[in-house]
Ligand binder design. Structure first.
Ligand code: NAD
Ligand code: G6P
Ligand code: MN
Length: 442
């Protein structure tokens, strides 16, 4: 246990970077660091957060070699783990992803529906670039990726870099499990779940404590009344009023399919009309975040740099992100931690294609995740998942082949889009908005 690790955070200018750095410092006893580097391809963003975090690191962990850079060679040389959270196109493009569909009467969302597809086509190139830097400069390094849209990114990695050491993970099930544990008066560590689905598209089938007591019924009763809204706030993320609405909406998701506990993201597929009618196409979640989290984090950074000290606690700790340390530890120390991961199915869901990227519980050790068999799933969930996974696959095919036709089909297949005609009009607007990012489509 004497080993100390070298970590690079890719997307070092992300709104989540300060919270994750503070979380890493909080967890040094579990995951010791010798080096911490930030890497971003936007010099200005990286400079602002990097400068402030350099002050914080000097005050709180001077023994760790800290630096920030926009040079890939410097960033990726001598690293054991790359924690990746990039957003290709940044918030300006998230805003487009949300607003363009809404202007066609379709849900506008970061990772679901047409917005997620547009984001996917931007992210693939950026992610492949990171993987290639990592493999060139630190071939032994593992990438812990939570860059979105994770479903499409994971499928692209499967197709384009099948042998790379990239692990894709999402924080939504982690956050929701915190809520569930509050509902039953336990801690998340005391609970073990069974779950199947795709990223941002799945269901819990069991929530048990270590003694084997099943809480599914108790949580179901609660969710049927309140969704996942808890009496006490248990998360450091997903707390804004729009998120509270999402937690509450789980009630309606459960009503349509009472057998299992739903991932809240299913609301975009099962109640898209409600979502559109509650949306304001001139002020979407991207605007909320730009005026909220992004502003707060960058203001905090400027304050720290001006004062020359981080003693005022301007950067908040993202304690819910400690699952990233659990994942790094699982690889580094072969802990065989049980975690939900996005992996190639290969039979984990018995009646679903082997080559689908699914989200299931896995045992993670130093060779990576070993998926746990979830058995056969019912028709309702399977049919929804199959439609959605084919959208994700066709988006990656469209990217690889540069195919307009395939992308049109992928959009047409998405449950969020009512017709091929709407899909085509939307596609043409998305192509125009994404011309600096997407491959050329023929
Ligand atoms: P952000 O825009 O604040 O930060 C992203 C950073 O990535 C920016 O500074 C940008 O310059 C940088 N970047 C873009 N392309 C890059 C490239 N090719 N190389 C290096 N850096 C690049 O975004 P955010 O809101 O902080 O979110 C960051 C990412 O984390 C997003 O992809 C978001 O969807 C994802 N996320 C995922 C989960 C999950 O559950 N998987 C949870 C939260 C956030
Ligand atoms: C959850 C999801 C992430 C997503 C995020 C958006 O955490 O798991 O994949 O990126 O929500 O949150 P935001 O606050 O940026 O809207
Ligand atoms: Mn996610």
């Amino acid at each position: 246990m004497n080993k100390k690790f070298s970590v690079v955070i890719a997307g070092g200018g992300s709104t989540f970077t300060p919270g994750i750095v503070r979380m890493l410092l909080e967890n040094l006893d579990r995951f010791p660091l010798r080096t911490l580097k930030l890497y971003d391809n936007d010099e200005e963003r990286q400079g602002i957060l990097g400068e402030a975090l350099a002050i914080l690191m000097k005050e709180q962990a001077p023994e760790i070699d800290f630096s920030y850079t926009t040079d890939p060679e410097e960033a990726f040389t001598d690293v054991d783990f790359c924690m990746a959270h990039i957003r290709v196109g940044k918030y300006a493009m998230r805003e487009q992803d949300e607003k363009i569909p809404l202007n066609h009467g379709v849900i506008g969302q970061e990772t679901c529906g047409p917005g997620g597809i547009a984001y996917g086509l931007r992210s693939i190139g950026g992610m492949i670039e990171l993987i290639d830097y990592m493999e060139k400069y630190s071939p032994e390094c593992w990438m812990l990726n939570y860059s979105n849209p994770a479903a499409i990114v994971a499928e692209a990695c499967r197709v384009l870099r099948p042998d790379s050491k990239v692990l894709n993970i999402c924080d939504m099930p982690v956050g929701t499990l915190r809520r569930m544990s509050q509902i039953v008066g336990k801690t998340p560590d005391e609970l073990e779940v069974r779950y199947f689905g795709l990223n941002h598209f799945g269901w819990w089938t069991s929530i048990k404590d270590k003694e084997g007591h099943e809480y599914l019924d108790q949580i179901r009763e609660y969710v049927a009344e309140n969704g996942y809204l808890t009496t006490v706030e248990v998360e450091t993320q997903h707390t804004d009023p729009s998120w509270q609405q999402t937690h509450k909406k789980a009630k309606d998701l459960l009503a349509v399919n009472p057998r299992y506990l739903p991932n809240t993201y299913l609301k975009y597929y099962l109640y898209p009309d409600d979502e559109v009618s509650h949306s304001d196409c001139s002020y979407t979640r991207a605007n909320e975040v730009m005026n909220g989290r992004e502003k707060e984090v960058f203001d905090a950074a400027r304050t720290i740099t001006e004062k020359g000290t981080a003693a005022g606690d301007e950067f908040h700790i993202d304690s819910h992100a400690s699952f990233i340390v659990d994942l790094a530890r699982a690889i580094a120390f072969n802990t065989h931690e049980r975690m939900l991961m996005i992996v190639e199915n290969n039979g984990a869901i018995a009646n679903f294609p082997d080559d689908a990227m699914v989200e299931v519980p896995c045992i993670v050790g130093n060779d990576g995740p070993e998926p746990l068999a979830q058995g056969k799933i019912p028709d309702f969930e399977k049919t929804l998942m199959y439609q959605q996974v084919m959208v994700e696959k066709m988006v990656v095919e469209a990217y690889v082949e540069g195919s307009y036709q395939k992308l049109w089909q992928a959009l047409t297949l998405s449950k969020t889009i009512p017709s091929a005609g709407v899909a085509k009009n939307l596609l043409d607007d998305l192509i125009e908005a994404n011309k600096d990012f997407w491959p050329e489509l023929n």
